[in-house]
Design a binder for this molecule. Structure first.
Ligand SMILES: CC(C)(COP(=O)(O)OP(=O)(O)OC[C@H]1O[C@@H](n2cnc3c(N)ncnc32)[C@H](O)[C@@H]1OP(=O)(O)O)[C@@H](O)C(=O)NCCC(=O)NCCS
Length: 292
C-alpha cells in the first residue's frame, strides 16, 4: 500500500483536466515539495492559487482514490489483493509454502510441467493434459490458471496453490469445492515436478492444504482419488489418515480403469492435527469460499 499525505486543494488545482498518471506524478511532486519546504508561507500561497471547483475535486478524487481527513488527505494505491484477496493467501509449514499463483507463478508452473511430471508411458491423471507437447502444454497450463480465476464463484471454486520450497516452485496443490457453504466437502489434487518427487514434499503439501480446509475453512470432509496403481498418491493419502471410500471405473487414456476414492473426515484429521502450520490472508477471502 502506498500512502501519500498532501493538501488536496493544491493537488487538484495542479491536475484539473489532466489524466490519472499526471495526477499521480503531481501527487509525488507534491509530497516531496511539502517535505522539503515544511509548509512555509510561500507554499501556502502557491496552494491557494490552485483552488479547484468542488465538482472537479470530486471527479479527480474518485480517479485517484483520495480519502479526505479533515483538510488533509490520504491517497491509497490499491493492490491486486484489494479486489482479489486470494493473491494474499498463504499456507506455511516448516518445510514449504503454498501460495496463490500470480501470472509469473503460472509461467513457472507451466514450464515445470513441461519438463515432466511422470513417465510418459504411464498416466496419473484422469484428464490427460500432460499428453500435450510443448509449447502447447505451457499455453494450456496458463489458460487453465486463468480459467480457474475467471470462473471462480463462491458456489464453485478451484484453488490451485503453487508449492514453494526454498524459494523455488516445485508443483501444485489444488483444492476445489461445489456449494461448500452447504456441503462442507472439499476435493484435493496435486502434482510435483519429477525432480521433486519421493522426498516427502507430496505429504507435506497435502498436510498444508487439509489444514487450510479444516482449520481455515471449517470443512467436514476432504476427499481425494487416485488410480489403483498410483503408489505415491495413495501413500500420501493413507499416511495422513484418509480411508478408502469406494472406487470408480473411469476412462484412462482410451481404457477403462479403477480409480480409488479416499476420504479424510474432520474427526480423523483432528487426531493428528499439526500445530506448526500457519495460514495467512484468509479472512478477506472467506466469502469467496462460501466459508463465512
Ligand atoms: C503424487 C505425488 C504428489 C506424491 O508426492 P511425493 O512427494 O512423491 O510423495 P512423498 O515422498 O510425500 O511420499 C508419499 C508416501 O507414499 C509412499 N509411497 C511412495 N511410493 C510408493 C509406492 N510406489 N507404493 C506405496 N507407497 C508409496 C511413501 O512412502 C510416502 O508415505 P510415508 O510418508 O508413509 O512413508 C507425486 O509423486 C507426484 O506428483 N506424482 C505424479 C503426479 C501424480 O501422481 N499426481 C497425483 C494424481 S492423483
Amino acid at each position: 500500500m502506498v500512502g501519500i499525505h498532501v493538501e488536496v486543494d493544491w493537488v487538484v488545482g495542479r491536475t484539473s483536466g489532466r489524466g490519472l498518471d499526471d495526477g499521480r506524478s503531481v501527487l509525488g511532486r507534491a509530497e516531496r515539495f511539502l517535505e522539503a519546504e515544511d509548509d512555509s508561507g510561500e507554499d501556502r500561497a502557491a496552494r491557494r492559487a490552485f483552488t479547484p471547483t468542488s465538482d472537479g475535486r470530486h471527479r479527480l478524487n474518485e480517479k485517484l482514490g483520495v480519502v479526505h481527513r479533515v483538510n488533509r488527505t490520504h491517497w491509497v494505491m490499491p493492490s491486486k489483493e484489494t479486489h482479489w484477496p486470494l493473491f494474499g493467501l498463504r499456507v506455511r509449514t516448516p518445510r514449504l509454502e503454498l501460495r496463490y499463483p500470480d501470472d509469473d507463478d503460472g509461467v513457472a508452473l507451466a514450464e515445470l510441467a513441461a519438463r515432466g511430471i511422470h513417465d510418459p508411458d504411464w498416466m496419473p491423471f484422469a484428464i490427460t493434459w500432460t499428453d500435450v507437447e510443448s509449447p502447447q502444454l505451457e499455453r494450456n497450463s496458463l489458460q487453465h490458471y486463468w480459467l480457474l480465476r475467471a470462473q471462480w464463484t463462491a458456489d464453485n471454486w478451484h484453488l490451485p496453490m503453487a508449492v514453494v520450497v526454498d524459494g523455488a516452485i516445485v508443483g501444485t496443490q489444488a483444492v476445489a469445492a461445489e456449494n461448500f457453504a452447504q456441503t462442507r466437502v472439499a476435493h484435493t489434487g496435486s502434482w510435483l515436478g519429477r525432480a521433486h518427487q519421493g522426498q516427502g514434499i507430496g505429504k507435506e503439501m497435502r498436510a498444508a492444504i487439509v489444514h487450510l480446509v479444516f482449520a481455515g475453512l471449517g470443512a467436514d470432509i476432504a476427499d481425494s482419488g487416485a488410480w489403483h496403481d498410483n503408489g505415491p498418491s495413495l501413500g500420501v493419502s493413507r499416511s495422513l489418515g484418509y480411508e478408502e471410500n469406494g472406487e470408480d471405473i473411469v476412462m484412462r487414456r482410451d481404457v477403462a480403469d479403477r480409480q480409488i476414492r479416499l476420504r479424510l473426515t474432520r474427526e480423523r484429521w483432528e487426531r493428528q492435527r499439526r500445530t506448526d502450520i500457519e495460514i495467512e490472508g484468509l479472512d478477506p477471502c472467506r466469502a469467496m469460499f462460501g466459508a463465512v
